[in-house]
Design a protein around this ligand. Structure first.
Ligand SMILES: O=C(O)CCC(=O)C(=O)O
Ligand SMILES: [Mn+2]
Length: 200
């Protein structure tokens, strides 16, 4: 795989957000390879989440990887990482070369079908620090990604995240904006998402 820098990303003119989108970060062949390898070789977890005192199954499967053994907590779940696989290390290195930022941790999500989702949230946990850089890779089915400003309802964005794409959220995005992957009634098969983060 080439680790050279790609063409310029798509940028969006949004208040309080800095978001970059590289639709073709991986080739279709690379994307297919990583999708299959990750689907088969990941120890997928199905965690419970507690919202307003009620416990539900999280509507997707997850896994956590890190190179520093630091755990990551969100929505009353604490995840302890496994070490990076060879493939995840290569992906991490390719992103780090592209955007000149370092990552320690990767949260992996598997959306099994259109009923799997990820509700409105910001990646603003304290272990991520102020103004975190989040690098998000998609493999498999295209899913709709929505962003909205927390207080200015005129500010929103929808991106259909295609297989092989890289989305970067940085600057004040997590402070002022929320994002989600809504459920869809369309027939969609699996999608794997990798979000690389830096945890001190
Ligand atoms: O699946 C996605 O594209 C988003 C995942 C996400 O927001 C998260 O894991 O925090
Ligand atoms: Mn997120």
């Amino acid at each position: 795989m080439n680790l050279f820098k790609h063409t310029e990303p798509i940028c969006f003119n949004l208040k309080d957000a800095d978001i970059l989108y590289y639709p073709d970060f991986f080739t279709p062949e690379e994307s297919e390879f990583y999708f299959k390898t990750l689907l088969e070789n990941t120890n997928w977890r199905e965690d419970d989440i507690t919202v307003f005192g009620k416990t539900y199954k999280q509507p997707r499967l997850t896994a956590l990887f890190a190179d520093n053994n630091k755990s990551y907590s969100y929505s009353n779940i604490t995840m302890h990482p496994e070490v990076f696989s060879k493939e995840l290390k290569t992906i991490k290195q390719k992103i780090e070369t592209q955007i000149e930022k370092q990552f320690t941790t990767c949260l992996v999500n598997l959306y099994r079908n259109g009923q799997d989702s990820n509700g409105w949230h910001a990646d603003d946990e304290k272990e991520l620090g102020l103004n975190p850089v989040i690098a998000s890779i998609s493999f498999g089915s295209t899913r709709r990604f929505k962003l909205k400003h927390k207080t200015d309802s005129s500010q929103k964005l929808t991106i259909d995240l295609k297989s092989g794409s890289l989305l970067v959220m940085q600057g004040t995005t997590q402070h002022f904006w929320k994002h989600q992957i809504p459920k869809t009634k369309k027939i969609v098969s699996e999608r794997i998402n990798l979000t690389f983060r830096y945890i001190k």
